[in-house]
Design a protein around this ligand. Structure first.
Ligand SMILES: Cc1cc2nc3c(=O)[nH]c(=O)nc-3n(C[C@H](O)[C@H](O)[C@H](O)COP(=O)(O)OP(=O)(O)OC[C@H]3O[C@@H](n4cnc5c(N)ncnc54)[C@H](O)[C@@H]3O)c2cc1C
Length: 483
């Protein structure tokens, strides 16, 4: 008898979470897991690189967490790194308006729904009429009678207006929230998706949920801990093994080509494609190209980008941990120094050292500098601004937020444009999101584009993997050795 093998293609969050789920010792059934990743390192859209100038590990972009990210946080629990994500309470951010006036938006989840109410009412960035319109829109969106499916044909902006939100509140508040949560402007994203997000977060039955972040790089939070866990559990991780071809016989995958190798699948083996739509369409079996599933995946292959601009300055800058722009060309400025040193940082284990020790040598002295990261979400594929233009926008944003017309010396910068950050989930697109099943008996899908109902996020990716793990595991059975 042979132990069944599950080949997982793609070592992004979903592929890694699935490998973790299927290899749990308590599952009590032997399974061989082979994780095939095309790139030299796992992580996918959650990646880190060694910053040559400072020697630090820096990320491809700031990733924020919500405390309702139950699947993602349980994955981190399994990796032993859950305590490297912090959720400062009460949550408070400063938002800067067009006149460089700063407005604080605070939420105290301990107060339940009242906390949300007070947060909106005390937000000085909007007229009183707009604040009240936000509460009315919130009440309308909370109503159980309003079904998500019934608004999927609408874009979020139209839907917000229909719910009574004023144009001012959309332009100066909702827009920032929508683009940050969905990576699309409100006029392009499905209203159903916005409704789902708000119901799971701000409008949750227990009151608004908390926003948090990792105090270490993606590498220290997920990638290295996952690799260590896979080694302990005997998961076979093969990097630089891009899968190029999938061969079918009837309704069964019989082989795949990974890198230079052809891997044969026995009838009890399974193949999971844990990759985004734009990668899936390149590897789908030729026989399935005209089928509905493949056509739907192609409809989801358009992506929205995120630009991150990392800046290292020679001196500290007085900026809050997170600052947002109510109507700016840049959406967020993250003060990585402060983010790495929240009060709860005492919980961090010694090996989870903060990645933000930004002291550096200037040839003579050891100096303390500042590491900032600025984010622009929902960047259109056709936007061809140059690296220099992104940099200048970022510097202008820092000048505005810090109130310092002359900034400390910029020691180093890096502009990272992730063109394919998330699939575009516009009005009506949810119909095309595939389930975990493909119709081929031993081929499965997971990843942030599958039909979890969530936006394309870390939580969506891991939840999709956990759903598939529970679906697939009972189907794994030993088979006869093929002669
Ligand atoms: C800059 C940025 C900021 C973000 N911010 C947030 C945030 O604040 N909060 C949040 O929740 N989410 C955020 N996201 C989204 C989140 O990162 C993704 O939703 C999630 O990581 C997707 O994981 P995945 O496993 O579905 O896909 P991926 O991470 O894309 O993984 C797919 C993997 O498959 C591999 N692959 C592709 N083709 C092949 C092949 N033929 N053979 C072998 N391997 C292959 C790829 O190399 C990749 O490693 C952000 C994304 C970006 C880019």
């Amino acid at each position: 008898m042979t132990v069944p093998t599950v080949y997982i293609v793609g070592a992004g969050l979903s592929g890694m979470a699935l490998a973790e789920s299927l290899s749990r010792p308590e599952r009590g059934k032997p399974v061989r897991i082979v994780l095939l990743e095309g790139r030299p390192s796992p992580g996918g859209r959650v990646s880190s690189y060694r910053e040559s100038h400072t020697g630090q590990w820096a990320d491809n972009g700031q990733h924020l967490f919500m405390d309702v990210y139950s699947s993602m946080l349980s994955f981190l629990d399994r990796l032993g790194t859950r305590n490297r994500v912090v959720f400062p309470t009460p949550f408070s951010i400063e938002l800067l308006d067009e006149k460089n006036q700063s407005h604080r938006f605070s939420l105290d989840p301990k107060l339940g729904k009242i906390g949300g109410l007070l947060g909106v009412l005390s937000f000085s960035g909007l007229s009183l009429g707009s604040r009240i319109s936000m509460l009315k829109a919130g009440a309308r969106m909370s109503s159980g009678g309003l079904k998500e499916e019934s608004v999927d044909h609408l874009d979020a902006r139209t839907f917000l207006l229909q719910c009574g939100a004023t144009k001012e509140s959309i332009d100066r508040f909702w827009e920032l929230l929508v683009v940050s949560a969905t990576n699309l402007p409100s006029s392009d994203v499905s209203a159903a998706l916005l409704l789902r997000i708000l119901r799971e977060t701000l409008l949750g039955s227990g009151g608004p949920s908390l926003i948090g972040w990792s105090i270490v790089s993606h590498r220290d939070l997920v990638i290295d801990p996952a690799l260590a866990l896979f080694e302990r559990r005997g998961v076979d991780v093969r990097l630089k093994s891009a899968v190029g071809r999938i061969c079918l016989e009837g309704n069964q995958v019989t082989s795949i080509v990974a890198g230079e190798n052809k891997l044969e699948l026995s009838p009890n083996d399974h193949l999971v494609l844990a990759m985004p739509p734009w990668s899936l369409e390149k590897v789908f079996p030729i026989e399935m190209m005209q089928g509905e599933l493949c056509q739907n995946i192609m409809r989801l292959s358009f992506s929205s980008g995120i630009v991150s601009i990392h800046l290292w300055f020679s001196r500290p800058l007085a900026l809050p941990a997170i600052g947002g722009f109510m109507n700016g060309p840049v959406h967020w400025v993250f003060n990585k120094d402060l983010m790495a040193r929240p009060e709860r940082s005492t919980e961090i284990s010694p090996d989870g050292a903060s990645y933000l020790d930004i002291s550096y040598e200037d040839g003579r002295n050891r100096l303390e500098g500042t590491f900032l990261s600025l984010t622009i979400s929902g960047v259109d594929a056709k936007d061809e601004r140059s690296e220099e233009e992104w940099l200048q926008s970022a510097l202008e944003a820092v000048r505005r937020f810090s109130g310092q017309p002359v900034l400390p010396d910029l020691l180093h910068h890096r502009v990272i444009r992730e063109r394919m950050s998330t699939p575009i989930l516009g009005p009506g697109q949810s119909l095309y999101r595939p389930s975990n099943q493909t119709g081929v008996s031993n081929m499965w899908l997971c990843g942030d584009a599958t039909d979890t109902g969530l936006p394309a996020t870390m939580e969506g990716a891991v939840r999709s993997a956990h759903l598939l793990g529970d679906l697939l595991f009972p189907k794994l059975s030993r088979g006869e050795v093929r002669s």
